[in-house]
Design a protein around this ligand. Structure first.
Ligand code: G4P
Length: 195
């Protein structure tokens, strides 16, 4: 997605060889126009799939996922990162380990919002080590719902999450795939194909 790559080049801050800061348009301040475009692009990439729900993980996945859900005309569910005290018996959970933060969190979704008739598109903002994506897949599987695909805003292709998620066999679409952050420079994996 050309506009996203341009925005990353313009406003992204390379914090280290591993971490890209994009808090001016995605992770803190959010650009609605860019989110709208992302929603349209995810919708286009998964247009052949039957989708009844969009699922993301709070908090930064919510903005792009909401615009995707709006375009598809389906509800958005965001998995919570902490167990709800009031919903202990009726939740689907998965353990997600963050290599970046070196901590495990339990993500949860209420059973009443996902069931075996659902076809779920998973959306997330970053794909690094793939643990959030795998956790969301586990939640959908526990609900006996099916997975229509996985949409990622920014994939750090030099980490192993992309391979892990693609090995599941589901369609994985990333709007920007970063091959390297070395020398404080953002490099993308493939050139934009213009049609
Ligand atoms: P993984 O899910 O792919 O295994 O990723 P990892 O545990 O490494 O990442 C944990 C958190 O750090 C996630 O956000 C993820 O989006 C974010 N993250 C990973 N790499 C980068 C990066 O290069 N830049 C930025 N800005 N974020 C990165 P989170 O804790 O769920 O945060 P939030 O959604 O509440 O904002």
């Amino acid at each position: 997605m050309h506009s996203l790559k341009t925005r990353i080049q313009q406003d992204g801050i390379v914090l280290s060889d591993e971490v890209l800061k994009v808090d001016s348009f995605l992770n803190h301040q959010v650009d609605p126009e860019l989110m709208k475009e992302m929603g349209e692009e995810f919708c286009r990439r998964f247009q052949d799939k039957k989708i009844t729900k969009v699922l993301t993980l709070e908090s930064s996945g919510i903005a792009p996922a909401l615009f995707t859900a709006l375009n598809l005309g389906v509800p958005l569910i965001f998995a919570r990162k902490r167990k709800s005290l009031t919903l202990n018996e009726d939740i689907l959970t998965a353990e997600v380990y963050s290599f970046t933060k070196q901590e495990t969190s339990t993500i949860s979704v209420s059973k009443k919002f996902l069931n075996q008739d659902d076809h779920v598109l998973i959306i997330d903002d970053f794909l690094a080590n793939g643990q959030a994506g795998l956790g969301l897949i586990e939640v959908v599987t526990k609900a006996k719902a099916s997975i229509s695909g996985i949409g990622i805003v920014i994939e750090k292709a030099f980490q192993n999450g992309g391979e892990l998620l693609r090995d599941t066999g589901y369609q994985v679409e990333s709007l920007a795939r970063i091959s390297s952050l070395e020398n404080s420079t953002v490099s993308f994996l493939e050139e934009e194909v213009t049609v």
